[in-house]
Design a protein around this ligand. Structure first.
Ligand code: DAH
Length: 341
């Protein structure tokens, strides 16, 4: 009997009921006509006379504890219900809260990736803090190339083999060529860093998507086709592209690609500065030196690469004139893209 009393006391102190119904059930279970406490009182009749005093006290304690607990649970539940009683209308609709929306740079980055995924490209990523090899050396930058200069690059350590913030995502194509089995077909999205004065057209942090395709017999025609299909997906089925010869250390031949202006459709407007064309990316056939630097046999394999600025594509898509908007987190600007997802 002693154990039963102890056990019930522990039960009672741990009792947690929320609703009035649960509290009433607990009351009946403990103190009702056939309740556990009531039953112990009946059992008490059979207790040996010399124990009656001790057990009688304990039983009374138990009963008091049970009644006190039920009472306090009832009070607590009344307190919770108070606001309704005090005139709050619980059926009123709640205060609407502000939902976040996707950042325009994220929206465009995801769109670029999903277009290339459809063409069979995988996504590869690499570190933002890089070494000279992956950002410059393996990409065929001559030692005196201006991009290596302090003017452009944020160096973390200087000296013979510096650590730096990558200035482009082309570093990821080097890492991919060093590690992935051939053929390779990847896009590499990521943040890049350049030591530039911040203005409407330049920022020291921005985003790029790099593309790389390496296989046997890859030609410039394949590159042109990939870029054309991309432009049509991104800017609409009527988009046209034109390629202008250009120079990058890591591609030969190299080209810059313009897309037909999606605002004036070639007639000439202030976005395309009257030319009817907008520059969207740089590209070219991967230079054999670059393939060889990563251990790929350039007599057997060839490939193309391209790189584009995500903010730039977003600016063209939505006619945003000032790049700084993307980094200031002004809710009035960001909310404009809510429906673009
Ligand atoms: N890495 C270049 C830049 O940051 C962009 C680029 C141009 C990437 C041509 C390429 C390419 O892969 O083929 O300006």
């Amino acid at each position: 009997m002693k154990e039963k009393i102890e056990a019930l006391l522990a039960d009672i102190s741990a009792l947690a009921c929320k609703t009035d119904k649960e509290i009433e059930e607990a009351r009946v279970r403990l103190l009702g006509k056939k309740g556990e406490v009531t039953r112990l009182f009946e059992e008490f009749r059979t207790v040996a006379p010399e124990l009656k005093k001790e057990y009688g006290q304990k039983l009374n304690q138990l009963k008091n504890a049970a009644m006190a607990k039920i009472e306090s649970l009832k009070n607590a539940s009344e307190e919770n219900a108070e606001p309704a009683a005090a005139g709050f209308d619980l059926t009123k609709p709640g205060e609407p809260f502000q939902l976040g929306s996707r950042h325009p740079v994220s929206i465009v980055r995801e769109e670029i990736i999903s277009i290339f995924r459809k063409f069979g490209y995988n996504v590869a990523e690499g570190p933002e803090i890089e070494d000279d090899w992956h950002v410059f050396e393996a990409l065929n930058f001559p030692p005196e190339h201006p991009a290596r200069d302090m003017q452009d690059t944020f160096f973390i350590t200087s000296g013979h083999d510096p650590i730096l913030l990558r200035t482009h995502t082309s570093s990821v194509q080097v890492r991919a060529m060093e590690t992935l089995p051939l053929p390779i077909r990847i896009v590499c999205p990521g943040r890049v860093f350049r030591n530039e004065a911040i203005s409407a057209r330049a920022h020291c942090i921005f985003h790029q998507v790099e593309g790389l395709y390496i296989d046997e017999n890859v030609t410039f025609a394949d590159l042109k086709q990939a870029i054309l299909l991309f432009a049509r997906e991104m800017f609409g089925p009527d988009a046209k592209i034109r390629m202008r010869p250009s120079y990058f250390p890591f591609t030969e031949p190299s080209a810059e690609v313009d897309v037909s202006c999606n605002i004036c459709h070639g007639k000439g407007c202030n976005i395309c500065k009257g030319t009817g064309w907008l520059e969207i990316l740089g590209c070219g056939m991967v230079d054999p030196n670059v393939l060889e630097a990563s251990g790929i046999d350039s007599s057997k394999y060839s490939g193309f690469a391209f790189g584009m600025g995500v903010e730039r594509i977003a600016m063209l898509k939505w006619q945003v004139k000032d790049l700084r908007n993307y980094f200031e987190n002004d809710m009035r600007f960001l909310k404009e893209f809510e429906s673009a997802i």
